[in-house]
Design a protein around this ligand. Structure first.
Ligand code: SF4
Ligand code: F3S
Length: 106
């Protein structure tokens, strides 16, 4: 499956959800995840993310491997999102900031 990684936190552009043919994106307060049991590896979402936060599981950036388990965990708790929403006003300011994991709201 594909995995949403750290740079989505506080950016949450949601362009990704519109293209997913199997509706496997789940949204929390400031981050999205992909349900690994639903993702069919179609690759469509990866180029849609303005923050480049989406990777195939086998290609997750070094140090972010824990996002694989985090996507699986949070997908069980959060509702499905299928339509784009306006990103936070300060999304651009957070794009590329390191160490955003402590800011993740559940
Ligand atoms: Fe959805 Fe395809 Fe992205 Fe998987 S790779 S989350 S199926 S758009
Ligand atoms: Fe997040 Fe990128 Fe989607 S910032 S909400 S993974 S478009």
């Amino acid at each position: 499956p594909f995995v949403v990684t750290e740079n989505c936190i506080k950016c949450k552009y949601t362009d990704c959800v519109e293209v997913c043919p199997v509706d496997c994106f789940h949204a929390g307060p400031n981050f999205l995840v992909i349900d690994p049991d639903e993702c069919i590896d179609c690759t469509l979402c990866e180029p849609e993310c303005p923050a480049n936060a989406i990777y195939p599981e086998d290609d997750v950036p070094a140090g972010q491997e824990h996002f694989i388990a985090l996507n699986a965990e949070l997908a069980k708790n959060w509702p499905v999102l299928t339509e784009r929403k306006d990103p936070p006003d300060d999304a651009k300011d957070w794009d590329g900031k390191p160490n955003k994991l402590p800011l993740l709201q559940r």
